[in-house]
Ligand binder design. Structure first.
Ligand SMILES: Cc1ncc(COP(=O)(O)O)c(C=O)c1O
Length: 515
């Protein structure tokens, strides 16, 4: 037994065990009077803040942790070593496009004039920032083939919400509000959620055997009550809707709109433009396709591009060029759906995305797409004899296997994903999309070298061998992490979101006790 366990533990090629220090909560490390800073004596008259700010002043700041500078630095540095990050290794999390965030983006976004710009700064002092928004808008319009755009939404799902608000305002302006939205069963989960939040009924559209929209079923379902079809293209199984023109024609013939979830544009950028294949409105995830950080690494950005017919409804303000050639915000938009975000959106993300687009240029973006698709297909070809491939249709930027073969030995997709952690990889996406039972969804992105892809393939092949020869070892994984298998169901159903320690009442104040 000892030998067989050793055989299975010793194999990781990329990962090894490494001392990783324990760390208390920052409140537990606190001791009264410690300081992380030292200020020079005051050499100007003291001002009474309460007099200056009136009732906006808060005198009681509660209990703050008190530590020295080095303790704070070590606290956060130690915690950072418990994390996995794109800068540590591959993140094959399908549907998330976890690509490398180039350092040039970070350099540009930290330039003082951009990082310190204030949203209330006068327009005359903000021409550079407005210019960045305008240029990014033009680039994204060119990439998508659409007519116009708003940069305001703060994430993909927020972009969907904004796009569907535009569609709703359009139908209302036509005197026919319509009540339902069609959504294929292969759609990203945020699509039905968005439609419901915007007050629509959701009609579920079944995929055909290739994982695409069933055209006959679509023709049957589209009627005068259909506001739009929300289509993730390429879909969550990485398949491009080859009959997209026909889909658009069927919708348009009945006065309905085609919404494209463009979060998977990493598979199309520089190769095909949604505006050219009939899409009326779509969102982009800058934090996926255009390399701005995400997944806890930073705020998102979900611009919405649309055709001319939807332009009057765009969120306010929009950037316009005045007659003297200077840039300005136009707030006078009577048909606008209103603001969807404070100020203008996540400006720092605009700077990073534009830096990425300009650093790559048109040919570079096209190459990026080709490399992303090549990498996904390399993984597919290397693993299709090891894991079941439920859809044989050609795929683009991601590949979805299922755990069918391994499940015969009781090993499920989630177990293999946990075991993958032992090999130094972030898990792939587990049990999504829903149309694949036991889905294992892998999206390597263009960032990975062939060497890194080979390590992933080797790791997954070994996990499949373990699933056949020693399933217990996979079922109990991960073995090399700080904590082993956690009870995720209890964590999701009964989360304990606040610290319960000896100083809890002091730290959180009396309100915490009343909860
Ligand atoms: C296809 C698709 N649509 C929508 C979203 C939602 O984007 P966000 O997480 O930024 O809200 C995602 C997220 O990755 C996605 O993959």
């Amino acid at each position: 037994m000892e030998n067989s366990t050793a055989k299975f533990i010793a194999t990781p090629l990329k990962a090894t065990t490494h001392v990783n220090q324990n760390e208390d909560l920052i409140f537990e490390k606190s001791s009264p009077g410690k300081r992380g800073y030292k200020l020079p004596p005051l050499d100007v008259p003291a001002v009474d803040a309460a007099k200056l700010l009136g009732s906006s002043t808060r005198a009681d700041l509660g209990v703050m942790p008190e530590l020295s500078e080095i303790e704070i630095v070590r606290h956060f540095t130690r915690l950072s070593t418990w994390n996995y990050a794109i800068d540590l290794g591959m993140y094959p999390l399908g549907s998330c496009t976890m690509k490398y965030n180039p350092r040039v983006n970070e350099f540009v976004s930290r330039l003082e004039g951009l990082a310190e710009a204030h949203p209330y700064q006068p327009e005359s002092l903000s021409q550079g920032a407005l210019g960045i928004m305008k240029l990014l808008s033009e680039c994204l319009i060119e990439i998508t083939g659409m007519d116009t755009i708003t940069l305001q939404p703060a994430a993909g799902a927020h972009g969907e919400f904004t796009g569907i608000l535009l569609a709703r305002a359009y139908h209302q302006s036509q005197g026919n509000p319509r009540r339902k939205i069609l959504i294929p069963d292969s759609a990203h989960g945020t699509n039905p959620a968005t439609a419901a939040v915007c007050g629509y009924e959701i009609a579920n559209l079944k995929s055909n055997a290739q994982g695409m929209v069933d055209i006959a079923e679509l023709e049957r379902m589209v009627d005068g009550e259909t506001a739009a079809l929300m289509l993730t293209n390429p879909s969550t199984i990485g398949v491009f809707e080859s009959e997209i023109h026909k889909i658009a024609d069927i919708l348009h013939a009945k006065g309905a709109l085609l919404y494209m979830d463009g979060a998977n544009m990493n598979a199309l950028c520089g190769k095909a433009r949604p505006g050219d294949f009939g899409v009326d409105v779509m969102h982009l995830n800058l934090h996926k396709t255009f390399s701005t950080p995400h997944g806890g690494g930073g705020p998102g950005s979900g611009p919405v591009a649309c055709k001319k017919i939807l332009e009057p409804f765009l969120p306010t303000p929009v950037v316009v060029t005045k007659s003297d050639g200077t840039l300005s915000f136009d707030y006078n938009r009577p048909h606008s759906v209103g603001r969807v975000r404070a100020f203008y959106g996540n400006f720092g993300m605009f700077v990073r995305a534009l830096a990425y687009i300009q650093a790559n240029g048109p040919d570079g973006l096209r190459q990026t797409t080709e490399d992303a698709v090549l990498n996904a297909n390399y993984v597919r070809a290397k693993l299709e004899d090891t894991f079941e491939l439920p859809f044989k249709t050609r795929t683009l930027h991601e590949v979805v296997f299922s755990d069918k073969l391994q499940a015969k030995n009781g090993v499920k997709t989630g177990d293999m994903a946990k075991r993958l952690i032992d090999f130094g990889f972030h898990p792939y996406t587990v049990s999504f999309p829903m149309i694949v039972s036991g889905a294992m969804m892998i999206e390597p992105t263009e960032s990975e070298s062939m060497e890194e892809l080979d390590l992933l393939v080797d790791a997954l092949k070994q996990i499949a061998r373990e699933a056949a020869e020693n399933p217990e070892h996979v079922l109990n994984a991960p073995h090399t992490t700080r904590l082993s298998r956690l009870d995720e169901t209890t964590a999701a159903r009964k989360p304990i979101l606040r610290w319960k320690g000896p100083m809890e009442d002091v730290a959180l104040g009396s309100a915490a006790k009343e909860w």
